[in-house]
Ligand binder design. Structure first.
Ligand SMILES: C[S@@+](CC[C@H](N)C(=O)[O-])C[C@H]1O[C@@H](n2cnc3c(N)ncnc32)[C@H](O)[C@@H]1O
Length: 619
């Protein structure tokens, strides 16, 4: 149009090219071939000759009509389309090559509510409550009268009042079962109040057939269905079937939203169509209005499915599978789950006791032979121990990878590690990758759950450095250093070095800083595989890594403990980590702690560059 700028209009792609590309994409195993349709121009309905290069789906008869139609098409233009298959149901496919960080969708919540298992929170603003103020209508605790008339709180308030019950919550700060039926009630109330919203919610996957007869269904029969029917006397309005369907929809689709001091549930229409993968290629955040913002975490090729991780990435294959089966009703067969080594991260790995015994025996034998050889006049090597060896370790650690470090790295891969033979089966045998012996009992599951329980207890007690190090030392001879439980404790520990009282950053010795760096590197190596690209996990660890390297470099170069060239190299490593941290966290909203950390990282880049300049180095 004359005078109108078309600067952001995507290129035109010839229809023939788009059709050939689409045929290639549809070659994907799980993508059905879609019926061939004649594409028409979105502006004049003539037969299309080109498609929009942004979404590769909207057709136009010619470039002029693509330009004049841009204002209308822009809100719909997106780099993905929805497809479906019998295995996955609906899913999203990239319609063009997408760059890491590219915005894929912004999605407003269809509805929100408290989590089913939650401590008492205000039903208007979701802050934790202590019972100081109770709703005059229904008795549920709220933060103040301001939240009494909020639209969010209307459904349960009305239902409770109509039943003649006046709620009295007396336990605070711990999970309270009275909240379990609030969010389902909010969804149910939409059927009459807002049919269009209700229809959108009902169009989401409920997995009703799979849910029927499960333990989850039996529990919610008592905690939700019976309460709605008997206490709130709504049996005539909402039969068991519809309540079960709503519960299935919430289980399958609700996202957990982290607020500053609580977390709640939100249901989103577009983002609900994202398929699960234990190594997701998208990243999700919530903006200040709790819209869900989905970006590409890594570059995505046209034709690839867009994926999100529905479960805890720092967990074992069994743990992830169990969570997905019991709450989302499917068995994940992503490349991480299919591979017994989990792409050589070994986050479920256990040490083979037999092989360790044999290795120890062989080492003992070798030492005895060496001793005998020395006795016969062989070379005498003075063994460095105590302080001398610690200083040596510290210096080699600071100046480059020592042979023992690379040995440890090698061992992380070679083992001897026991892994599940068929990771997709909950009753799989476990096999040692070195001696090939297979476990015939449930030892791997038992020992893992013993350690997991201990790790959970430890995490619940706000552990200190000593407790975390003791835990790792205790289980070190039984599990792989990357075992998911270890990684969770290591994640806590790497933050404690630098924040615990007496271990603040300025007070850390180079040995402590080396330990902090080592922990960061270990967690980062796994994070790079299982949460690549833009991820909060990587961002947060990168910040700690920068701190460890920078403080160590400064402390050591101040006393001349390392050559200038070594110090320069270390400073550059710190700068690289900090820049990547700032990049990764730049996608987090400022209202979230990670968003704040990203801003700090941005500021600290300037400070670090200034310091590097002062030292006379170029960056
Ligand atoms: C949030 S929904 C995703 C959208 C859903 N496919 C639909 O058609 O509405 C989650 C459900 O999709 C299916 N699903 C998602 N990812 C899957 C995967 N990797 N393998 C198998 N099924 C999957 C499962 O039925 C799961 O409970």
């Amino acid at each position: 149009m004359p005078g109108e700028s078309h600067g952001d209009v995507p290129v035109a792609v010839p229809l023939q090219v788009a059709m050939e590309a689409s045929a290639l994409c549809n070659g994907h195993a799980s993508t059905p071939t879609e019926p061939a349709k004649t594409l028409t121009c979105s502006e004049c309905a003539k037969v299309a000759t080109i498609v929009c290069g942004g979404c590769w789906t909207a057709g136009f008869c010619a470039r002029d009509h693509q330009l004049t139609g841009w204002t209308k098409h822009r809100p719909k233009c997106r780099p993905w389309r929805v497809s479906s298959s019998p295995d996955l149901g609906r899913f999203m496919v990239a319609t063009k090559d997408i760059a890491g960080g590219e915005l894929l969708m912004e999605d407003a919540p269809l509805m929100m509510g408290p989590k089913m298992m939650t401590e008492p929170v205000c039903l208007g603003c979701y802050r934790p409550v202590d019972g100081d103020y109770n709703c005059k209508g229904c008795g549920f605790p709220l933060c103040s009268s301001d939240c009494e008339g909020t639209e969010d709180h209307e459904a349960e308030c009305r239902a409770v009042q109509a039943s003649g019950i006046h709620v009295k919550v007396s336990m605070f700060g711990e999970v309270n079962s009275m909240y379990e039926c609030i969010t389902p009630l909010r969804v149910l109330s939409l059927r009459d109040k807002n049919p269009s919203l209700w229809n959108k919610l009902m169009s989401l996957e409920s997995n009703s057939d799979m849910r029927e007869g499960t333990e989850v269904a039996a529990i919610t029969q008592q905690t939700v269905v019976d309460i709605i029917h008997n206490r709130l006397q709504l049996e005539d309005e909402f039969g068991t079937e519809i309540i079960d369907k709503v519960l299935g929809i919430l289980d399958t689709n609700a996202f957990e939203i982290r607020l500053p001091d609580s977390s709640i549930l939100g249901v989103y229409q577009k983002a609900s169509l994202l398929e699960h993968d234990c190594i997701p290629n998208t990243h999700r955040t919530f903006d200040a209005d709790l819209n869900l913002v989905i970006r590409a975490a890594v570059p995505i090729k046209r034709g690839q499915h867009l994926t999100s991780c529905y479960t805890e990435p720092l967990s074992t294959t069994n743990g992830r599978q169990e969570h997905l089966r019991s709450t989302k009703y499917f068995t994940c067969s992503c490349k991480r789950c299919r591979d017994p080594t989990e792409l050589k991260t070994f986050t479920s790995g256990i040490k083979c006791g037999d092989c360790v015994e044999k290795q120890e025996e062989a080492a003992k034998q070798k030492r005895a032979e060496e001793k005998e050889a020395r006795g016969r006049g062989g070379t005498r090597g003075g063994k460095r121990g105590g302080v001398a060896s610690r200083i040596n370790k510290f210096q080699t650690g600071a100046q480059g990878e020592s042979s023992s470090t690379s040995q440890v790295e090698e061992e992380k891969i070679t083992g001897p590690w026991i892994v599940p033979q068929d990771p997709l089966s909950p009753s799989s045998n476990w096999v040692c990758l070195t001696c090939k012996s297979s476990t015939t009992d449930d030892y791997p599951e038992r020992i893992t759950s013993v350690m997991q329980e201990e790790a959970e207890e430890l995490e619940e007690t706000n552990p200190n450095i000593e407790a975390c190090e003791t835990f790792l030392e205790k289980w070190n001879s039984t599990f792989h250093p990357n075992h998911a439980c270890f990684l969770n404790i290591k994640y806590v520990l790497l933050h404690l070095y630098g924040s615990e009282e007496g271990y603040e950053l300025e007070e850390l010795t180079p040995i402590h800083l080396t330990r902090k760096e080592e922990l960061c590197q270990e967690v980062m190596k796994v994070a790079d595989v299982i949460q690549p690209g833009i991820s909060r996990l990587r961002g947060s660890v990168l910040y700690e890594l920068y701190q460890a390297i920078f403080y160590k470099t400064r402390a050591m170069s101040m006393v001349g403990a390392i050559p200038a060239e070594q110090a320069r190299k270390m400073a550059m490593e710190a700068l690289t980590a900090l820049k990547e941290c700032a990049r990764v966290l730049s996608y987090e909203p400022e209202v979230q702690p990670e968003g704040q950390l990203g801003l700090e990282a941005k500021e600290e880049i300037k400070m670090l560059q200034k310091w590097i300049k002062q030292e006379g180095w170029k960056y």
